[in-house]
Design a binder for this molecule. Sequence first.
Ligand code: C5P
Length: 223
Amino acid sequence: DKDLNLTGLTITVTAGPTQEAIDPVRFITNHSSGKMGYALASKALQYGAEVNLISGPVNLEIPAGVNYFPVKSAQEMLAAVQDKWPLSQILIKAAAVADYRVENIASSKIKKQAETLTLKLVKNPDILKWAGEHKQKEQVLCGFAMETENLLTNARQKMQAKNCDLLVANDLTTKGAGFAASTNVATILWPGKELSLPLQSKEDLALHILRACQELYRQKQTE
Ligand code: C5P
């Protein structure tokens, strides 16, 4: 792919789920496999970028050559992003961050007692929103949106609300899209523009996303 050249750029990618502890042995998480984020990290590396991969717990091989930052909770992921975003030209937020965490993590294993057990959850920080609020004008911020209804409308709203330059939207109800699969069906949204991509591997989708990020980055250079 001769159009893609990321030499000289530092790209930070977040990937995987987050794990929110309940007690020392239990946690809340989601089905994210990390495949999309890892495909982005390895393709960015292959096309010349310096890559920071901030990853929740996944069962994937770490692409050789990336700077790897393992995290568990959303709060840890936020801290890592706060560290790396100011030093990056592009941030791609492919991670499936838990929206809520347990308010009080039990310090010892919760015993089986009553018939019901209530966990109080509190909102996690929105990492993408933080990154949008701290974006310099030459930086490119790419978010993801997984929806099960009104995909493009919600995605456009999300892009605005989080001050993203582009957003990759995918419908979890589409066959071959979403978490565990090696393929994805997605639409890449820019302000006033959209690119609907057919079913393809997460590696091929990663190349489309990186090309879009590069195009926006170059545009910003000339503005
Ligand atoms: O609002 P929603 O979770 O659907 O937005 C998805 C996008 O926001 C993804 O790019 C995800 O990584 C990011 N996100 C985040 N922090 C959260 C929740 C979502 O960075 N707490």
